[in-house]
Design a protein around this ligand. Structure first.
Ligand SMILES: Cc1cc2nc3c(=O)[nH]c(=O)nc-3n(C[C@H](O)[C@H](O)[C@H](O)COP(=O)(O)OP(=O)(O)OC[C@H]3O[C@@H](n4cnc5c(N)ncnc54)[C@H](O)[C@@H]3O)c2cc1C
Length: 450
């Protein structure tokens, strides 16, 4: 049996028959998306042997095209910042929120956040972006194997991941640690039974690429535009390079299910009719891809790691995409998983170090998840959404919120207080009409269980 393996520079080489025995490394990373690529690049650049098992041949389409400014810090840590800059992605200085009729528009400009450096990010074709990151991991010394992980064996002294290659051939990788970065598949997360579905954030997204959607002038041209929908759904408009616009509708799962007999195009058009501001943007546009649907997010992990395993990115948790936090959280957790693996297992400091590294990793990821979730659930609460639509610059609240929207999840004490005030105002809005009411209350149909 012969197997195709990608090594440095994405060169395809061929290994001899006994690959199962031959593939031993310190860390096996399942999945070569942003989380897996970040983990692998970090490990390899620190001199550790790492195998990335990726089920698909890159470049491949992936949704999740809007990045956040604080991602640049990760790019610099990985040594890939210049490559990302040179790729010619659309530069994004902020995000705009529009009411469904377009009558009310609010701008979050990253330049108004606290210490947001640089105060811009990118809108990316994920096929190209993910390829760039994975290539970087390989150039850093990671070994890429194209194969889909099918089983994981965890033992007290090692892990073993079995996989099936594109040609149906089987193999396995033996390592000291496994990082599960397999995205929503969550190979290890499911194996360990730690995934918990978030019943409050069950959504469905219908999306496609368009050409000919108008953009704003100057440096507002790269903004993400979010158009609010009745029943607290929303549309995204994300400008990509070469004149492509990613457009998607996110609907409450219950709302989506009541209409699921219709085809995605029909549900999309129906949603569009309820949002004249979105309809105007698409009036002269032409769709240049099929519609795709993703449903049934979000979830978290009861624990993000255990003995010899770490969950990074979507493999651990997935939060609704409204604030475009997914890729940044994936990149950061990829780096952190690599650091925890090094500190806990690869530095030979014994079980005390492993326990400490795991405790720290779990604490950091749990905290980050709950911090971001508060913003996401706030967006789906009509009163707090009203607050998003009515910035409060005088109290510094807008600055703090803008910092979070730029990916600043580790706030100063003062900014944490400001964020607390923002949510308090949202609660008060329920009773006192502090700001104009622009968000319709949620109608909650019964969730179908079949
Ligand atoms: C509708 C929607 C819109 C979104 N919009 C945004 C956005 O604008 N901005 C943003 O930051 N995020 C967004 N996200 C989230 C973003 O897509 C994810 O958070 C991000 O891709 C997570 O990266 P990851 O590396 O953890 O997983 P992925 O990017 O999913 O990578 C996982 C990789 O693992 C591989 N894999 C899976 N199973 C196996 C297996 N068994 N064996 C081997 N390999 C395997 C897959 O092929 C894949 O390449 C959005 C998500 C959705 C659903």
């Amino acid at each position: 049996m012969r197997r195709r393996v990608r090594s440095r520079g994405q060169r395809v080489s061929t290994l001899a028959a006994d690959m199962e025995r031959a593939t031993k490394c310190e860390v096996v990373v399942i999945g070569g998306g942003p989380a897996g690529a970040a983990a692998a690049a970090r490990l390899a650049s620190r001199g550790h042997s790492v195998v990335v098992l990726e089920g698909e041949r890159f470049p491949r389409f992936h949704i999740g095209e809007s990045l956040l400014p604080l991602g640049d810090k990760v790019f610099r840590e990985l040594g890939v910042a210049e490559k990302v800059k040179r790729a010619g992605f659309v530069q994004k200085f902020g995000a705009q929120l529009l009411t469904s009729d377009g009558g009310h528009r609010v701008l979050f400009d990253f330049r108004q956040g606290s210490h947001v450096t640089p105060p811009w990010s990118f809108q990316v074709h994920r096929a190209e972006f993910d390829q760039l990151l994975l290539d970087h991991a390989v150039e850093s010394g990671a070994q890429l194997v194209i194969g889909r992980a099918t089983a994981v064996r965890l033992a007290s002294d090692r892990v073993e991941v079995h996989y099936r290659g594109a040609g149906g051939d089987a193999g396995s990788v033996q390592a000291q640690v496994v990082v599960d970065a397999s995205g929503r598949t969550g190979v290890v997360a499911k194996h360990q039974g730690v995934r918990i579905v978030d019943p409050e954030l069950q959504k469905a997204a219908i999306y496609a690429h368009y050409r000919g959607v108008p953009v704003d002038a100057g440096d507002r041209a790269g903004d993400t535009r979010i158009v609010s929908l009745p029943k607290l759904g929303w549309f995204w408009f994300i400008p990509l390079k070469d004149g492509v616009m990613s457009v998607g509708a996110v609907l409450d799962m219950r709302d989506y299910q009541t209409r699921k007999k219709g085809d995605p195009a029909a549900i999309f058009a129906e949603s569009m009719a309820a949002a004249p501001a979105a309809a105007r943007l698409l009036a002269t546009a032409e769709r240049c891809s099929e519609f795709a649907v993703e449903s049934g997010f979000s979830y978290r992990a009861r624990q993000y790691c255990g003995d010899r395993w770490f969950l990074a990115g979507d493999a651990g948790s997935f939060l609704d995409p409204v604030f475009s936090t997914g890729v940044l959280m994936a990149l950061r957790s990829g780096l952190e998983a690599a650091d925890a693996a090094i500190a806990g297992y690869l530095s030979g400091r014994g079980s005390g170090a492993a326990n400490a590294a795991r405790r720290r990793y779990d604490r950091v990821l749990q905290r980050r998840y709950w911090f971001v979730r508060r913003f996401v659930t706030g967006f789906y609460d009509a009163n707090t959404r009203d607050m998003f639509f009515s910035p409060r610059p005088a109290l510094g609240v807008t600055r703090a919120v803008t910092t979070v929207l730029a990916g600043g999840f580790d706030l100063s004490l003062l900014d944490r207080w400001r964020v607390g005030l923002f949510f308090l105002l949202g609660r008060l809005q329920r009773r006192f009409n502090l700001v104009p009411r622009v968000s319709a209350p949620v109608a909650t149909p019964v969730l179908e269980t079949s």
